[in-house]
Design a binder for this molecule. Structure first.
Ligand SMILES: Nc1nc2c(ncn2[C@@H]2O[C@H](COP(=O)(O)OP(=O)(O)OP(=O)(O)O)[C@@H](O)[C@H]2O)c(=O)[nH]1
Ligand SMILES: [Mg+2]
Length: 434
């Protein structure tokens, strides 16, 4: 799964990215600080317990493992994740994040980083738009100080969101309008089925699936009076189609960032409008999240992603300066008001509520659930919930997909075929020609 962070310049995209992925990137209070996209991995808890809990039960029953001890730091987990971690069978799984350059009006026609920016977003399963909830920047990202006027903040958030939606639609429109006549004529014998094929071909480079295209065309048909033949459609209809394609291909959720500076709940209006479309908006404080994660890494506080509070460690109490402690104490109060910094919770909600997905565990040995080196359940892969075994094979490695012979379900030990649909928490051994 891949989530793109978008928005106008200087709103906190890189800060959000850095906090979520624990990677160092350039952050500064001026527009276009980021030019080349940053790609990183955020680790989120899997919805179901890690299969190492089943493995523990079996091993204990066979007398090969002692019951969990009080002092066990991993609280019973016995898997050996190559990336992420697992404590008390709560497995953290990878979700890819992309942080791109700021988007300015007219990007689809080449302004700012233009089309290149837009292609950085291709292949994202969902987008999180970071908006400036406190109106501290103009539409091009230049600092203008905190805006004390709630109405003005509310309006600027709406404007930011609408312009992103418009830019993405205009971009998609540009792609489908290119060669439209020829394409539309070519598919005329097949009706809408041919249209889906044509649009899918055009948009597959952006990661569109034929399912998404089909869905968009249906929504377009429901909303528009397009009784003419497609080659006669004017710009209005093509734009309306592009709008539906944008919705299907790039669902947009919103982080109302710098929330602690906002003069009130400036995001409420946009939040309720997005809720009607099934999109999520949460107030966030990316800067605070980044600071807390750093303090936790240095051992000054105890804080985990998504938690709504933190505690000072003994080392923190001894080594932090009093101004630092004061600042953190203040943050505690703010976090209490918002229910945390919002960063991890927003990503988790986007993953769980909007991207239908499951977590699967490929292994080499279906009996012991290990890889070639004896590591227990080394990998956890997040894949769409309708994925087949063969698609999983491709997700692991293209060679495994190309040479696919059969797979074995590690739980039931049954042989399963290429088209078998996977379930959440499956442990799978793939046999392939090498
Ligand atoms: N007050 C406040 N400031 C924040 C927050 N998040 C980020 N910032 C500040 O906003 C400024 C811009 O942050 P960046 O992360 O560089 O913004 P960006 O959107 O990546 O900017 P570009 O790469 O230029 O498009 C920096 O000064 C950050 O410290 C927040 O939650 N609250
Ligand atoms: Mg940036």
């Amino acid at each position: 799964m891949r989530i793109g962070l978008v928005g106008k310049p200087n709103v906190g995209k890189s800060t959000f990215f850095s906090a979520a992925t624990q990677s160092k990137v350039a952050i500064a209070n001026y527009p276009f600080c980021t030019i080349e996209p940053n790609v990183g991995v955020a680790f989120l808890p899997a919805p179901l317990p890690c299969p190492c809990s089943d493995l523990r039960i079996t091993k204990e029953a066979e007398g090969r493992l002692e019951p969990v001890l009080e002092i066990d730091e991993r609280k019973g987990s016995i898997c050996q994740p190559r990336t992420g971690s697992c404590i008390a069978h709560k497995r953290l799984v990878p979700v890819f994040m992309v942080d791109v350059a700021g988007l300015v009006p007219g990007a689809h026609s080449g302004r700012g980083r233009g089309n290149e920016f837009l292609s950085d977003l291709a292949r994202c399963d969902a987008l999180i738009q970071v908006v400036d909830a406190a109106g501290t920047t103009d539409i091009e990202g230049n600092p203008i100080g905190v805006n004390e006027d709630l109405q003005a903040c509310q309006d600027s958030i709406m404007e930011e969101h609408e312009f992103l939606v418009e830019e993405l639609s205009a971009w998609i429109h540009g792609i489908i309008a290119d060669g439209w006549l020829r394409g539309a004529r070519r598919t005329q014998a097949e009706g809408d089925k041919g249209m889906v094929t044509f649009l899918h071909e055009k948009l597959s480079g952006l990661g569109a699936t034929s399912q998404q295209v089909k869905f968009a065309l249906e929504a377009f048909r429901e909303n528009e009076d397009a009784s003419d033949q497609p080659w006669d459609w004017g710009i209005g209809l093509k734009r309306a189609l592009a709008k539906q394609l944008r919705r299907a291909m790039f669902p947009i959720h919103v982080a109302a960032n710098k929330a602690e500076l906002a003069p009130g709940e400036s995001w409420k209006v946009l939040q309720s409008r997005l809720a009607e479309e099934g999109a999520i908006l949460m107030p966030t404080m990316a800067d605070a999240e980044l600071g807390l994660r750093r303090a936790a890494t240095m051992g000054f506080i105890e804080y985990g992603p998504g938690e709504i509070d933190f505690e000072f460690t003994e080392q923190g109490q001894q080594r932090l300066k009093s101004v630092q402690i004061e600042a953190l104490e203040k943050m505690k109060v703010t976090m209490d008001g918002f229910g945390g910094t919002g960063v991890s919770i927003l990503i988790s909600r986007v993953l769980h509520e909007s991207l239908a997905h499951i977590v699967t565990y490929p292994v080499q040995d279906e009996t012991h659930w290990t890889d070639g080196d004896g590591r227990i359940l080394p990998d956890a892969l997040v894949v769409p919930d309708d994925s087949t075994v063969k698609e999983l094979a491709y997700a692991v490695h293209s060679d495994l997909g190309d040479g696919f012979i059969k797979a074995i379900d590690g739980k039931s030990k049954r042989v399963i075929g290429a088209e078998h649909e996977l379930s959440d928490g499956d442990v799978i051994k793939i046999h392939a020609k090498t």
